[in-house]
Design a protein around this ligand. Structure first.
Ligand SMILES: NC(=O)C1=CN([C@@H]2O[C@H](COP(=O)(O)OP(=O)(O)OC[C@H]3O[C@@H](n4cnc5c(N)ncnc54)[C@H](O)[C@@H]3O)[C@@H](O)[C@H]2O)C=CC1
Ligand SMILES: O=C([O-])CC(=O)C(=O)O
Length: 274
């Protein structure tokens, strides 16, 4: 069966079929109310041939910059270096772009103005985090501080630019090592594939310069652990999540599920949570 659009269905395209993108594609192929998978973009089509062949409805395979031509929603699930090439053409056409490489948005903030001018939207899912509904709500009042501590197993951090540039040996750690303390903006530069969560938190709250984060390499944990403390004039709250890594050790399994939940909300009759 081809990817024919039933009337009124939202067409979804996915850029990148890695740990996150492939799970979203499978969920759409199995059926999400009012949505259909229209297209995917992959770097190496041969690598994904068997996977794509197993889908019930074949999506088109297109270059990343053409996804917005056949989709109402383009989901970015690629490395952050590709963010602009995926999101810019989509929002230029007035489409919605779901962005998971949130850290990459900080260097491409003009895309938000572009989306506004063209009637497009940029949607950031809660992703590997928790409680952005509460942070959004508190931000309507005054948030005094947002502090986050991230602990990751060694495999979840290996290769991060901050570690490479500072020549830090994390492979032989026997106890937790604090690698970084500073703003979410600086953390995103040093750990672009590890702390998207901190940037999402900052965009929901008080911004990337005032949101503070510590990043720890922790050989005693097996999960990606995030603890957050928010102090606001409406509430004080603490949040924590311990993410089981996916086949990509840097990425928690819940991330793909968060995007699927966001997509389901686009047409769900009952929608719970902000
Ligand atoms: N917002 C959040 O809470 C989280 C965000 N992330 C971010 O989400 C993004 C995706 O993560 P994963 O799926 O785990 O990564 P992954 O490495 O498993 O998959 C990325 C895929 O993109 C593909 N790709 C690369 N360049 C491409 C191109 N030009 N065109 C099409 N495909 C291309 C790769 O071949 C790969 O299949 C990363 O930037 C990661 O840092 C990860 C975890 C949580
Ligand atoms: O934010 C990220 O890039 C990934 C992350 O921490 C997680 O999956 O727990």
């Amino acid at each position: 069966m081809t990817g024919q659009k039933a009337s009124n269905e939202l067409r979804v395209a996915i850029a990148g079929l890695g740990s996150i993108g492939s799970k979203i594609a499978t969920a759409l192929d199995h059926g999400i109310e009012g949505l259909m998978l229209s297209a995917v973009a992959v770097r190496d089509p041969a690598k994904h041939q068997a996977y794509l062949g197993g889908l019930r409805h074949q999506p088109q395979i297109l270059p990343i910059d053409q996804l917005g031509e056949v989709a109402d929603i383009v989901v970015e699930c690629a490395p952050s270096s590709q963010l602009r090439a995926i999101v810019e053409p989509a929002v230029k056409r007035g489409r919605s772009a779901v962005v998971v490489s949130v850290g990459g948005l900080l260097d491409n903030f003009d895309l938000i103005d572009l989306a506004r001018a063209k009637g497009g939207r940029i949607l950031v899912p809660t992703g590997a985090l928790i409680g952005l509904d509460a942070v959004n709500a508190a931000a309507l009042g005054t948030i005094h501080s947002v502090k986050m501590v991230t602990r990751k197993p060694i495999d979840g951090l290996r290769g991060a630019p901050f570690i490479v540039q500072n020549n830090i040996d994390i492979d032989n750690l026997r106890e937790p090592l604090k690698l970084f303390e500073g703003s979410a903006r600086d953390a995103a530069k040093g750990f672009p594939a590890n702390v998207n969560v901190a940037v999402a938190l900052s965009l929901a709250g008080i911004g990337p310069d005032r949101t503070q984060i510590q990043v720890w390499a922790d050989p005693t944990v097996t999960r990606n652990v995030h603890r957050i403390e928010v102090e606001a004039d409406s509430a004080r709250f603490s949040m924590g999540i311990e993410n089981i890594p996916s086949e990509n050790p840097k990425t928690g399994m819940i991330t793909a599920l968060s995007v699927i939940a966001l997509l389901r909300k686009q047409r769900a009759t009952l929608s719970v949570g902000t």
